[in-house]
Design a protein around this ligand. Structure first.
Ligand code: NI
Length: 160
């Protein structure tokens, strides 16, 4: 097991557009393994390669349903708009409100280059959008919402 140090906001690598992965080799597999270890070590629900200083289109996600590895992911459909609370391992000790699509359709490749696609909703959809944003150099703090008291109350009631 190997873990990386997560890079924090202020570093240029978090703002770069990540490159498409073209080699699905042992090096990629080791990076995916180490990214998962790092995500679990930091108690995160997702991690994108730029956060470990690698400007490539690679993401790992685990919102509690098991590890998902996404290479060259793209969101191809978005539906609905939902307020939620987000944090990011690259913006430590902070949380903020962000509107995200409630449902998304994602196309990606697995660690062997095999294409696959899936639908995601709610927290899973939010994690996909947050992590895929990292590949475009976008952080959740760029998208902070200022919800009304009523919207916050509704969100809290829903979470109870
Ligand atoms: Ni993040």
């Amino acid at each position: 097991m190997a873990t990386y140090n997560v890079i924090e906001i202020g570093d240029d690598v978090l703002r770069a557009k990540a490159a498409t992965v073209r080699r699905f080799d042992a090096r990629l597999h080791r990076m995916l393994d180490d990214m998962a270890d790092t995500m679990y070590d930091y108690d995160g629900v997702g991690l994108a390669a730029p956060q470990i200083g690698v400007s490539k289109r690679i993401v790992v996600i685990d919102v509690g349903d098991g590890l998902l590895e996404l290479v060259n992911p793209e969101i191809t459909e978005m539906h609905g708009n939902k307020l939620g609370v987000e944090g990011c391992l690259s913006v430590p000790e902070q949380q903020g409100y962000v509107y995200r699509a409630q449902k998304v359709h994602v196309k990606a490749q697995d660690r062997f280059g095999e294409p696959f696609e899936f639908d995601a909703e709610d927290l899973f959809a939010r994690a996909c959008q947050h992590e895929i944003d990292h590949l475009s150099g976008v952080l959740y703090v760029d998208k902070l919402a200022s919800p009304s008291k009523q919207e916050i109350a509704a969100l809290e009631a829903e979470e109870e």
